[in-house]
Write a protein that binds this ligand. Structure first.
Ligand code: MG
Length: 168
């Protein structure tokens, strides 16, 4: 027999990678970032938003974004990932969960992301209908090492905490 827990808190983690390529926009957290390359993918390839969505789905026990938004589905071709994040917000809310906070680390050798971080935090918070203080975004390089270091791609790690809404 499995044990039930009454703990209202659930953590989740997400990780995503997309390849950098010519002729694509670089979209991170819904923000269009000026750069010579962009991320390759079926949607807008917003690696930051994808990692956050996976963290939220994981915390709610709802699988992952591949399950909910398969990249074989033409409906998601070039779609803004913020639209998908909005759907994730609804899926998580339907299970009675509210986001406490999310912490996101974008790993990119270039471009420098610091100037864009406040805009990314605002976009994500607005989409999730939470206070901007609940969303923290960090950026780091991997010191020239690995696929992010050589500029082949950008990755993102995200963790979040959800709480079961006792009013629900
Ligand atoms: Mg992705």
């Amino acid at each position: 027999m499995t044990k039930q827990t009454d703990c209202p808190f659930r953590t989740g983690q997400g990780y995503d990678v997309h390849r950098l390529t010519d002729g694509r926009k670089l979209i991170l957290g819904g923000v269009d970032i000026p750069y010579e390359k962009g991320l390759l993918g079926h949607s807008d390839a917003d690696v930051c938003t994808h990692a956050l969505m996976d963290a939220m789905l994981g915390a709610a026990g709802l699988g992952d974004i591949g399950l909910h938004f398969p990249d074989s589905d033409p409906a998601y071709k070039d779609i803004s990932s913020l639209k998908l994040l909005e759907k994730v917000k609804d899926l998580v809310a339907a299970e009675g969960f509210v986001l406490v906070n999310a912490d996101i680390t974008i790993v990119a050798q270039a471009p420098k992301l610091r100037p864009f971080i406040p805009s990314i935090e605002e976009k994500l918070a607005k989409t999730l209908e939470v206070n901007v203080s609940q969303i923290n975004v960090k950026a780091t390089t991997e010191e020239g090492l690995g696929f992010t270091g050589t500029g082949e791609g950008i990755s993102t790690f995200a963790v979040c905490l959800l709480v079961k809404d006792s009013r629900g």
